[in-house]
Write a protein that binds this ligand. Structure first.
Ligand code: CUA
Length: 352
C-alpha cells in the first residue's frame, strides 16, 4: 500500500490539474457569452438561419449534458464507493459475468439517442438548404481571395469588397439575401456568427447560403478556414440596413465614380502606375480584377479586409507600404514618393 502522504499529493495534483483545465475552458468560451459584439458570439443570433442552428445545437448540448452527468456521476460514485480500503487484499471483490438486461439497455438507449440526434439535425439542415429564393430577393456573389472578399450583386450592377450590405427582414416582410460563394484561389470560409453557420468557399465550386437578419447594424465575421499567411486578417462585415436605407445604398453604389477636378494630379499618379492592372474604377479605363473595386472606396469602413479602419492616415500608410500593414498581401509597394502618395490619397478620397 502507498504511504498516505503520496496519496494526498496525487489527489491535490489531480484536483489542481482539473481546476486549470476548467479555467482554460472558461477563458476560451467566455467571450462567446460576454461581449455582444464579440466575433465568436454564436449565442446571440439575430438572423435566420443562425437562430435555427442555435436551437438545434442547444438541444444537442442538453442531450449530451444529461449523458455526461449520468456517466460522470456513476463514475464518481464507483470510484468513491468501491475505493481501496485497508484489509481489501485478503478478499477478492464479487465477480460479475454479464447481465442481459444491462447490456440490452446500454445498446438500445444509445441507438435511440443517436437516432433522435440524426432526425433533429437532418431536419434543420434540410430546412436551411432547401430554402428557395423568392421573386425579388437580393442575391450576391461572394468570392474569396487571398486575403479579401470580393462582393458582387450581378442583378444590381454593384461590385464592392469586404462589406456585404443587405436589407433587414421583419415580421411581415421576410427578405433573405441569397449568397453564392466562390473562391479565386484556395479554400476560404464565410462566417458571420450572429447571422449564420460557416460555409466554405471552394475553388471550382459554388456553395450557396442565405441570411435573413432582422436587426439593422454592423455584424463582424471572418474567414474561418486557414487560407495562408493573412488568414487572420481576412475580416468581413455585414451591414444590415432598413429596406429604405438599403435602396439608398444601392442607388449610391450604382453611380459611376465621381470625377473631381481638384484631384487630377492624384488621378494621373493612379493611371501612370500599375494600380490599374489590379483595380477597377467604374467610369474610367481602370478595369483590373485582381484587387478590390475602388469605385466607392470611401464608402467602406475598413481597408485591406479589416486590417485597418478606412482613415486618411491608414490609407496613406497602406499605399506607402502595404507589406507593413499586411505582410504577404498581394499589393506591392509601388515605391512612390511622399508627394505622389499624398496626391494619390487625395484622389482616392474623392471616390465616395
Ligand atoms: Cu480566407 Cu482564411
Amino acid at each position: 500500500m502507498r504511504p498516505r502522504s503520496y496519496r494526498y499529493h496525487s489527489t491535490v495534483r489531480t484536483l489542481s490539474l482539473f481546476a486549470s483545465a476548467l479555467t482554460c475552458i472558461i477563458v476560451i468560451i467566455q467571450p462567446a457569452f460576454g461581449k455582444v459584439d464579440s466575433v465568436t458570439n454564436i449565442f446571440r443570433p439575430l438572423s435566420q438561419p443562425a437562430q435555427e442552428i442555435k436551437e438545434t445545437s442547444f438541444l444537442v448540448l442538453a442531450i449530451c449534458a444529461v449523458i455526461f452527468v449520468i456517466v460522470g456521476g456513476l463514475l464518481v460514485y464507483a470510484i468513491v464507493r468501491f475505493r481501496h480500503r485497508p484489509g481489501d487484499e485478503a478478499t477478492e471483490p464479487p465477480q460479475v459475468y454479464g447481465s442481459n438486461q444491462i447490456e440490452t439497455a446500454w445498446t438500445v438507449l444509445p441507438i435511440l439517442i443517436v437516432f433522435v440526434l440524426i432526425l433533429v439535425t437532418s431536419r434543420t439542415i434540410a430546412d436551411i438548404q432547401n430554402r428557395k429564393p423568392a421573386i425579388g430577393s437580393v442575391s450576391a456573389t461572394v468570392v474569396g481571395h487571398q486575403w479579401w472578399w470580393e462582393i458582387r450583386y450581378p442583378e444590381l450592377g454593384i461590385v464592392t469588397a469586404n462589406e456585404l450590405h443587405v436589407a433587414a427582414s421583419n415580421e411581415g416582410n421576410h427578405r433573405p439575401t441569397f449568397l453564392k460563394l466562390q473562391s479565386a484561389d484556395v479554400a476560404h470560409s464565410f462566417w458571420v456568427p450572429q447571422l449564420g453557420g460557416k460555409t466554405d468557399l471552394i475553388p471550382n465550386r459554388e456553395n450557396l447560403m442565405w441570411i435573413a437578419p432582422t436587426e439593422p447594424g454592423t455584424y463582424l465575421g471572418n474567414c474561418a478556414e486557414y487560407c495562408g499567411m493573412q488568414h487572420a486578417r481576412m475580416l468581413l462585415r455585414v451591414v444590415v440596413h432598413t429596406p429604405q436605407e438599403f435602396e439608398q445604398w444601392v442607388r449610391e453604389q450604382q453611380q459611376p465614380a465621381v470625377e473631381d477636378a481638384s484631384a487630377s494630379e492624384g488621378r494621373k499618379v493612379f493611371f501612370a502606375n500599375s494600380c490599374v492592372s489590379c483595380h477597377a474604377i467604374r467610369g474610367t479605363s481602370a478595369k483590373g480584377v485582381f484587387g478590390p473595386d475602388l469605385t466607392h472606396l470611401m464608402s467602406r469602413q475598413t481597408l485591406a479586409s479589416g486590417a485597418a479602419l478606412n482613415s486618411h492616415d491608414s490609407l496613406r500608410a497602406w499605399i506607402r507600404d502595404p507589406q507593413k500593414l499586411k505582410i504577404g498581401c498581394l499589393m506591392p509597394n509601388m515605391q512612390m514618393s511622399d508627394k505622389e502618395v499624398d496626391q494619390l490619397v487625395a484622389y482616392l478620397e474623392t471616390l465616395r
